[in-house]
Design a protein around this ligand. Sequence first.
Ligand code: PMP
Ligand code: GLN
Length: 381
Amino acid sequence: MPTITPKHSAAPTTIFTVMSALAGQHNAINLSQGFPDFPLDERLSGLLQEAAATGWNQYSPMAGLPALRSAVAADFTKRYDVGVDADTEVTITPGATYAIYTAFTAILQAGDEVIVLEPAYDSYLPNIQMNGGRVVPVALTAPDFGVDWNKVKAAMSAKTKAIIINTPHNPTGAVWAREDWDTLAEVVRDTDCFVLSDEVYEQLIFDGKRHYSVLEHPELRERSFALYSFGKVFNNTGWKIGFCIAPPALTDAFRKIHQFAAFCVNTPAQYALAAYMSAGIPNNVGALMEGKRNFFLNLLQELPFTVHKPAGGSYFQLVGYEQISDMPDLDFAKWLTINHGVATIPISAFYHNGHDDKLIRFCFAKKEATLLAASEKLRSL
Ligand code: PMP
Ligand code: GLN
């Protein structure tokens, strides 16, 4: 038999598959994997049907349907007051996970180092290793999960090729301030370090805060790939469509990989997104998710979990369970699913070494009825 050498050191099966499968097996309420359980706007699903029925069913241009790239550029120009060129700076991708992988593939050579702030979305580490890179982890500081910039500076070396950052943050819900970007700019100035800025939750930001995008920082923008997901904006994670915004030279390198990895993205869905965005339909996803976070925080008050800090953005709330158990977090998450009918994500899955602070993550991007039913089950704790 030929042998296969593993390309990464991450878990053999991603925690999202493990916990969603366990939830299914035990008929538990699934607050683990991050996805809404309510329908998308029917005008958007209608446009998808219309696209397929009217014949938008063949390959689209490699970089994405021009109408969708233009809609993205117009949307960013409007919401952030930054110029974005639809032709040379926007590439539509099959999801943000793929966009992150493609950006790493575009820039990494064997032995290059990438700084990852942990806890980190679980695809970063394997994506870096699959491209021959070496992960240099830097721990975020609990309970705020802010960046300790001295640790980042200490982690930089002559081999540092990139740093990947994520705000609003999965899994902690932490949000970067304007000053964080300025400090990052200082740290990478005069280095060969690219920035991958995972901003998939940019519109899910609460408490009157605003998201600062890397695109608004002219110095950083020159060396950055900014990555986005339509799934989080339009409640359609299963469409798996995202995009990358990067300066022309970086976009060129990105497309050199993308043209041979996927070539292009589902055409009718791109058509539907372009038509929907151009129709100027107001999007209230941020307020919607903030309402869900508040609703869920209220329910948590009645339950024996510890909320160290309310999520400032994203789909997720972290909690401690020290009042219930001292089990390792994976065992606790499985036990909770099997015995109390609610699935969550253990945070150790977001560390290269399984570091365990005994925290779990709830996804609150759900119908109020789902969150209520989950809290009722958890009252038995
Ligand atoms: N980055 C982060 C931090 C995420 O939580 C997600 C969620 N899926 C993604 C990227 C990927 O988004 P997509 O579903 O578009 O691949
Ligand atoms: N981003 C989502 C989460 O963090 C799910 C991603 C996935 O299933 N790979 O839960």
